[in-house]
Design a protein around this ligand. Structure first.
Ligand code: NZQ
Ligand code: ZN
Length: 386
């Protein structure tokens, strides 16, 4: 096991009817900016619950954060924060709204001239404006981590940011919110959480026995509950486990002491930036090719995953590892998610070269747990995913 430090300061408030606890979590003297997305919270009753809980708090609203939170829109919210002397942010939404609020938290206290530099120059945020979240869509884990991904439509860029100052102060996780989520987004959430675990597990054995089993237990739970969540998003037992799996998949715990990969996400973000494909679906496109291309360096973990998660007990390490990739692809299909770029766009020729060039331009020399995936290898993986 590798050395590590672990600190996660986010308070989680989990369970039925917990949105009302906002009343005691948001400081009484705060001037709050309530940030939300395209309006789903107004249809499903979440907005009313939030407003009721915050009846005695000074509050301004900013709605309209799009999926894949957009820099230009966020700049409007930033202006409002400064004009209105906001002191506290509240995100009510999925990963996009929460990530947008993390950007605002950082940008509100940023002293440089151009907030885009926080992303372009990868500036770590040590201290941001405090914020809480009410999670409406289990998927990203953003409710209990300090990372964020922001899109700039103008240049078709999607870049990550973060830092120890960007953990939510608290996050309210009421699994009842899942009942209004459309099937496409439920599948996306299952897919995203599953891949988060794979990115922190599918590397090479490092003697971290407990972390491996944490990871496998999240995968097994997601496989078990996926059909139930898709069939009936009011099934509380299934949705509560779904929500907690998503949070646990990316709150920092399972990555401690182990090597991590994250190349699937790096390539996937480019597909969202170039084609607007849902984040989770880009992962389903890249992951099978990535594991096949990197078979030799990943086969021991692939075989371990195959036997412990998919019960593949026959054959050599290579046999088990290949079967594990097949089972994984079948699982993605069982969620109703396509796994080839050509399933999403007819305009895919040249994509691999374009992504490789972008990585070269950014000076990214090598992705993956061995930092060995140079842009020419990225090009091959993306091509395999056509
Ligand atoms: O905009 P509204 O009206 O809220 O509708 C949203 C949106 O259309 C809808 N929705 C959310 N909760 C709902 C609901 N509809 C009905 N009922 C509810 N309860 O779902 C749609 C998608 O929402 P979005 O927030 O975009 O989805 P998700 O949570 O999957 O977030 C995706 C974003 O998070 C980033 C992705 O790159 C992408 O930009 N990620 C963030 C990470 C992080 N911060 O740690 C890690 C991830 O790997 C990921 O990169
Ligand atoms: Zn993800």
């Amino acid at each position: 096991m590798k050395n590590f430090e672990f600190k996660n300061p986010t308070k989680i408030i989990f369970g039925k009817d917990t949105i009302k606890k906002l009343e005691t979590e948001v400081p009484k003297d705060a001037k709050v900016l309530l940030v939300y997305g395209g309006g789903s919270i107004k249809k499903n009753g979440i907005y009313n619950k939030v407003i009721k809980a915050l009846a005695n708090i000074e509050l301004i609203e900013f709605g309209g954060i799009p999926a894949n939170p957009e820099y230009e829109v966020l700049l409007k919210a930033l202006k409002l924060i400064k004009e209105e002397k906001i002191t506290y942010l509240l995100a009510v939404g999925g990963g996009s709204v929460i990530d947008g609020v993390k950007f605002l938290s950082a940008a509100a206290l940023y002293e440089g001239d151009t907030p885009w530099d926080i992303l372009a120059k990868n500036i770590k945020t040590e201290k941001g404006m405090p914020f809480g979240t009410v999670l409406t869509l289990p998927a990203t884990g953003s409710e209990m981590n300090s990372g964020s991904v922001i899109t700039r439509a103008e240049t078709k860029e999607k870049l990550a940011m973060g830092g120890p100052g960007l953990f939510p102060v608290f996050s309210i996780l009421d699994p009842q919110v899942v009942s209004s989520i459309p099937e496409r987004q439920l599948a996306n959430g299952l897919m995203d959480a599953y891949t988060h675990v794979l990115e922190q597990y599918m590397t090479y054995p490092s003697g971290a026995l407990l972390q491996d089993r944490f990871a496998e237990s999240i995968l097994l739970t997601l496989i078990e509950i996926a059909p139930k969540v898709l069939k009936d998003p009011t099934d509380y037992e299934a949705t509560s486990n779904f929500m907690w799996c998503c949070t646990m998949a990316l709150n920092g715990l399972i990555q401690k002491g182990v090597p991590t990969d994250w190349a699937v996400h790096a390539m996937g973000h480019e597909l969202t930036a170039l084609f607007g494909i849902d984040h989770a679906r880009t992962l389903a496109v890249i992951a099978p090719s990535h594991y096949t291309f990197n078979f030799e360096t990943k086969k021991e973990k692939l075989a371990q995953y195959g036997s412990r998660v998919w019960n593949i007990t026959e054959g050599s390490i290579d046999d088990k590892a290949y079967a594990a990739i097949e089972k994984t692809t079948e699982f993605f299909h069982s969620l109703g998610i396509d796994t080839k770029l050509s399933d999403y766009t007819k305009d895919y020729e040249g994509t691999a070269e374009k992504i490789a060039q972008r990585f070269t331009d950014r000076g990214w020399k090598g992705l993956g747990e061995h930092q060995s995936l140079s842009p020419d290898k990225v090009e091959k993986i993306v091509k395999m995913a056509y």
